[in-house]
Design a protein around this ligand. Structure first.
Ligand code: SAM
Length: 317
């Protein structure tokens, strides 16, 4: 990325600090390598991405021929109003690329390029796969729109999103799942220099970009990958170690604090931490629910609430 592009990136970031986490090229490469076969002859839409600076756009233009893409659309949201950091400008814009156009060619929207605008929805309709890191503050709405239009997608999300009822419901039904990289598997995000830091790891790259490593993000997708069908090796047993697996007060299931402790021989319901979903294969386990016991309250052991738990059952037993 050029120095000039980096400045544009950061200027744009000042528009709305809360959602300005720019994805690193290396993290995009590391995840996308697992889905290559899905992109042949497809139209990819990056709908929260400045075509001039986004690493998603850069990745797909760099790999346009290798992936066999038909078309790449990158659209950028621009607020109209001037704020403390920027002057008023012209609204949103997009680049529509089929491998032949000049990469500097952009088209202005009439509106602001909001992913919910009719102009962006029209581009969404024309696309097959949406790939981006959307604004987390609008995550529910963003995902709802993708599923409403029946789109394939690969997007970055905060781990907390799993605990949203509507997101978990889609995971439970097997309509969406976690991608390959998770937590530290996503190395960091470029943020504006004056971004409020909250005890996260920070560093500067060779261009002077300010990078944070929040360790709390994941990829969410409905594109299949081989990893999704790998079984978790189960090395522990319930029999003989019953005391290590207490039952909940308000649900007939045992509690498990770490995915690696899931016993191979327990056929009943088990409560596992949210990180289990990163390793989940739908052929190995069935997801039954989350968090609540039969009384509608949080799962408890000896009167104490546990951390967020997902209830699963071993399908192989
Ligand atoms: C987390 S950042 C990621 C940017 C870029 N996708 C990337 O990964 O580098 C989310 C982006 O969405 C943009 N955004 C915020 N509200 C939006 C909206 N309503 N429609 C489209 N984009 C929006 C923000 O300006 C921000 O650039």
């Amino acid at each position: 990325m050029t120095r000039r592009a980096n400045h544009a990136l950061l200027d744009h970031a000042k528009l709305s600090k809360r959602d300005e986490f720019y994805t690193l090229y290396t993290d995009i490469e590391r995840e996308l390598q697992h889905y290559t076969r899905h992109f042949m002859n497809k139209t990819v839409y990056c709908n929260c991405d400045d075509p001039r600076t986004s690493n998603f756009c850069r990745y797909f233009t760099d790999n346009f021929t290798r992936l066999g893409l038909r078309r790449l659309i990158c659209s950028c949201y621009r607020r109209y109003e001037a704020d403390l950091f920027s002057s008023a400008h012209d609204g949103g814009f997009y680049r529509d690329y089929t491998g032949r156009e000049n990469l500097d060619d952009i088209t202005r929207f009439e509106g602001n390029g909001d992913f919910r605008s009719h102009e962006c929805i029209e581009l969404l309709r024309q696309s097959d796969i949406v790939v981006t890191n959307p604004p987390f503050s609008l995550f529910r709405e963003y995902l709802r729109q993708l599923t409403h239009y029946g789109k394939k997608f690969l997007i970055i999300s905060n781990i907390n999103a799993i605990t949203y009822k509507e997101v978990f419901t889609l995971i439970q039904s097997g309509e969406i799942w976690l991608g390959v990289n998770f937590g530290r598997g996503i190395s960091g995000f470029i943020v504006p220099e004056d971004y409020p830091l909250y005890g996260t790891e920070t560093r500067a790259d060779e261009h002077g970009n300010h990078i944070i490593s929040p360790n709390n993000c994941l990829w969410l997708t409905n594109l299949d990958s081989p990893k999704r069908h790998e079984f978790i090796p189960l090395t522990k047993t319930y029999r003989g170690h019953e005391s290590e697996y207490p039952f909940y007060d308000n649900y007939p299931a045992i509690n498990i604090d770490s995915t690696r402790d899931i016993p191979a021989d327990f056929a009943g319901t088990m409560g596992v931490p949210v990180t289990f979903l990163h390793k989940h294969s739908p052929e190995q386990f069935e997801i039954l629910g989350f968090r609540k016991g039969n009384d509608g309250k949080d799962l408890r052991i000896n009167g104490r609430s546990t951390y967020f738990r997902i209830l699963i059952r071993n399908k192989q037993l």
